[in-house]
Ligand binder design. Structure first.
Ligand code: MD3
Ligand code: FE
Length: 217
C-alpha cells in the first residue's frame, strides 16, 4: 500500500536527475501547480480544440494535439511546420498562459538553462493505446534552446535514445508532475512514447497530457 503510493506520486520535487548530458529529469517539479496547469489546459483547448493530425505519410496520429503561444506545431499531408494560426479556425493560437511560461522558465533554469523564453507550447493528449513513435524534434528554429516537457495524468513509458536511430532507447516511466528538460547534446536525441496503458488518474481521469515548450522561431 505504502509502496504503491511511493511509486505513483512523488510527494514533492527534490532534486534534478541527469539522464544524459543535457537531459535532466525533475521528478514532481509541477506537482504544486497542477490545478493551475489543468485549468489553463482547459482554457487553451476550449479555444483551440484537441485534434488528431495527419502525417505527411497519410497516417492519423493516435495522440490528439493543440497549441498555445505565438507558434504552434502542425502536420498535414504537405509536411510538419510551425504556424502562427490554428488551421481549424484561422485565428492565432491561444496565448501561452502565465502559469505555463513561468513553470517552463523555472524548470529550464533548474536544469542549468537560464533565460529560457519559449514561444510555442504543444499540448499532447494521450488516451489508452495512444503512442508516439521514435522521432527527433528538428522543426524548431533555435536548436541552442532546450525543450521542456511536463507530464500530467496517467503514467507513460518514455523512450529516450541517442542521435542515432538504431541505438536501443532507454525507458523512463514519467508520472504526473514530472518535468524533463532536453538541451545541449540531448536536444536532437531520438525519443518516443510507448502505447499508454489503461488506468484512471485522480485529477485527469483516463488520459495523459504532455506540455512541450519550445523556442520555435
Ligand atoms: C528528448 N512528446 O511532442 S515529451 C513531442 O510525451 C514529444 O508527448 C512526447 O516528443 C510526449 O515531440 C515526449 C519529451 C521530449 C520532448 C522533446 C525532446 C523529449 C525530447 C527532444 C529531444 C530529446
Ligand atoms: Fe518529440
Amino acid at each position: 500500500m505504502t509502496q504503491d503510493l511511493f511509486e505513483e506520486e512523488p510527494l514533492a520535487y527534490v532534486a534534478p536527475q541527469v539522464m544524459a548530458p543535457g537531459a535532466v529529469l525533475l521528478r514532481g517539479f509541477a506537482c504544486d501547480v497542477e490545478q493551475a496547469l489543468m485549468h489553463a489546459v482547459e482554457q487553451v483547448t476550449a479555444a483551440a480544440p484537441l485534434r488528431h493530425l495527419v502525417t505527411p505519410g497519410g497516417y492519423t496520429m493516435s495522440v490528439a494535439m493543440s497549441n498555445c503561444g505565438a507558434l504552434g506545431w502542425v502536420s498535414d499531408r504537405t509536411g510538419y511546420r510551425y504556424t502562427g494560426t490554428d488551421p481549424l479556425s484561422g485565428q492565432p493560437w491561444p496565448p501561452m498562459p502565465d502559469c505555463f511560461a513561468r513553470l517552463a522558465r523555472r524548470a529550464a533554469a533548474e536544469a542549468g538553462f537560464g533565460g529560457f523564453r519559449p514561444d510555442a507550447c504543444l499540448v499532447n493528449c494521450y488516451e489508452p493505446g495512444a503512442r508516439l513513435s521514435l522521432h527527433q524534434d528538428k522543426d524548431e528554429g533555435d536548436m541552442s534552446a532546450p525543450i521542456v516537457s511536463v507530464s500530467l495524468g496517467l503514467p507513460a513509458v518514455f523512450l529516450f535514445g541517442t542521435t542515432r536511430r538504431k541505438d536501443r532507447p532507454a525507458r523512463y516511466r514519467l508520472v504526473h508532475g514530472d518535468v524533463a528538460v532536453w538541451g545541449g547534446p540531448s536536444r536532437l536525441a531520438y525519443h518516443g512514447v510507448a502505447p499508454l496503458a489503461a488506468g484512471e488518474h485522480a485529477l485527469l481521469g483516463r488520459q495523459r497530457i504532455n506540455l512541450t515548450f519550445r523556442c520555435a522561431a
